[in-house]
Design a protein. Structure first.
Length: 510
């Protein structure tokens, strides 16, 4: 095989990321050397590759579905929103500056088409197949001229396009038809057909509609995927705990101890890498919820202040909401609090920020003896260390540099020298995303939290977060293998879109 495919969607969150990961896992189980690709991703949920490049976490998980190491070529353009109208532009894994939406779509995006096509060509030269994920909808005609992630990349690389529709939302037939009918003739020629996602019920009741859609568009359905709980991979944005559904709904495991452990995550603005708490939600007996009111912290055994793209803005939000005062009271009562990345920074004494918010000197919450200065260079690393007597791995994505004035180191090297973070009593802080995915460390940390909270909670001795993730990816591969026309999908990837597909009026300007 030497081919490719673009998985587009009728809308955002139609299931493109999940379908792409499922196709990747199905192909690799057939012995195909396959890689994922998303030309441009807008997300605050990112990851660091082995060589220190920042990409979207969804592409990192898709790489895991392919059983390969992720690289910057798999997501050459990453946009990290800093507000409603501007984003940090990360190009080939490195930040190159802030840009307004108007400035980006007004010319910069179009100039990046060559870069993303070069990255795609690099992958196609190294792999048997490359499964590409689009963004939003390919029928966003206001953005078509500068598009580099949907039909722009499909036309530039001559990729066949499979359009995914979420039938659980309703209106899927109109969405399929309208998506094709709003494309220019040259783009329509690449749209091979459709894939129905999240169907509930008897497929035979759907088939007449699919037959009529085929008659109207000349394009077939490549499968109907049934609704399955807990099948999300690391989402681009949102408040979804992606593995919580898998554990709670497919393997309902009771707590090992007599008590559950309640974790409250402050839903700060511009929250980044909210998937840090997935590993906690995967533990039997741990209940994770996102909160935005101070009274919701009252019964929590652990409060987490997560990462954020706007540390100073999040600090203001905590104060406006009354959550800051609740955190101060909580620490005074010696009840557990964990700050991660930006959440760690705002727990400190003060912040000097002339980079992210340009607010200058800002007083922090004063809950940890830490002083933070924002550097223009972004830290992008994949460190390894020890904490609570256990090995811990993570990844760092931050401009803030923390000076720990006193207190104990949270994470150290094998000689006991401080690597990152700070701990004072039951208040912890670390820059390391993903650290809770280290099973031994997570169990040790939860045991300390339970002891401090007076809960008779016992971590399960055999929960493997990596195994749960692999199980989830295999379920996605099963979904494609059992419910898609894999023979037709194989031919599409290998040979491209069928010839002679009809034009559906009115179309759009080329």
């Amino acid at each position: 095989m030497n081919g490719g495919l673009l998985v587009a969607g009728t809308t955002s969150d139609a299931g493109k990321s999940v379908v792409t990961a499922g196709i990747c896992r199905w192909l690799v189980r057939q012995g195909v050397k396959v890689a994922p690709f998303k030309a441009q991703n807008m997300s605050l949920n990112s990851f660091v590759t082995r060589d220190g490049a920042e990409i979207g976490r969804a592409q990192a998980m898709q790489a895991q579905a392919c059983r390969v190491e992720p690289t910057a070529h798999m997501n050459p353009v990453l946009l990290k929103p800093g507000g409603e109208r501007s984003s940090q532009v990360v190009l080939l894994g490195r930040p190159v500056g802030e840009m307004s939406a108007r400035g980006y779509h007004g010319g910069r995006q179009e100039r990046l088409l060559g870069t993303v096509l070069d990255s795609l060509a690099e992958l196609r030269g190294a792999y048997d197949a490359v499964i590409c994920e689009g963004a939003g909808s390919p029928a966003e005609i206001n953005l078509r001229r500068t598009d580099i992630v949907n039909m722009g990349i499909a036309r530039g690389a001559r990729l066949p396009v499979l359009v995914v529709g979420d039938i659980d939302r309703g209106g899927v037939f109109a969405s399929f038809f309208g998506t094709v009918a709003l494309l220019a003739p040259e783009d329509q020629a690449l749209v091979a057909g459709f894939l129905v996602n999240k169907f509930r019920g008897d497929v035979s009741l759907l088939e007449p509609g699919l037959d009529m859609l085929h008659g109207l568009t000349g394009r077939r359905a490549y499968g109907v995927l049934p609704f399955r709980h807990g099948l999300g991979i690391d989402e681009e944005d949102g408040l979804r705990v992606s593995l919580r559904g898998t554990v709670r709904e497919s393997v309902v495991a009771p707590p090992v101890g007599e008590d559950v452990l309640r974790v409250a995550v402050c839903a700060v603005p511009l929250m980044s890498n909210f998937t840090d708490v997935d590993a906690l939600a995967a533990e039997p007996g741990v209940v994770v919820r996102f909160v935005d009111r101070p009274e919701e912290l009252a019964d929590a055994d652990l409060v987490i202040v997560p990462g954020t793209r706007g540390t100073v803005r999040a600090l203001e939000w905590l104060r406006e909401r009354g959550l800051a005062d609740a955190l101060v009271r909580r620490v005074a009562e010696r009840r557990p609090v964990l700050g991660i990345c930006g959440g760690f920074q705002l727990l400190g004494e003060h912040i000097e920020d002339d980079v992210e918010s340009r607010a200058g000197h800002v007083d922090g919450l004063g809950l940890l003896p830490v002083r933070v200065r924002f550097d223009r260079e972004k830290t992008l690393t994949r460190p390894v260390g020890e904490a609570l007597g256990e090995r811990v791995e993570g990844y760092e994505i931050h401009h803030g540099v923390a000076e720990v004035v006193e207190g104990d180191a949270f994470i150290s090297d094998d000689r006991g020298r401080s690597l990152d973070g700070c701990r004072v009593g039951q208040t912890w802080g670390t820059h390391w995303h993903g650290s809770l995915e280290s099973d031994g460390f997570r169990r040790a940390f939860l045991s300390e939290v339970a002891a401090a909270a007076g809960r008779r909670f016992v971590p399960a001795p055999d929960t493997s977060f990596a195994a749960l993730r692999e199980e989830q990816l295999d379920r996605l591969g099963d979904l494609i293998e059992h419910h898609a026309d894999t023979g037709a999908l194989w031919r599409l990837i290998e040979s491209g879109a069928p010839q002679g597909l009809p034009f559906i009026p009115p179309g759009a300007p080329a």
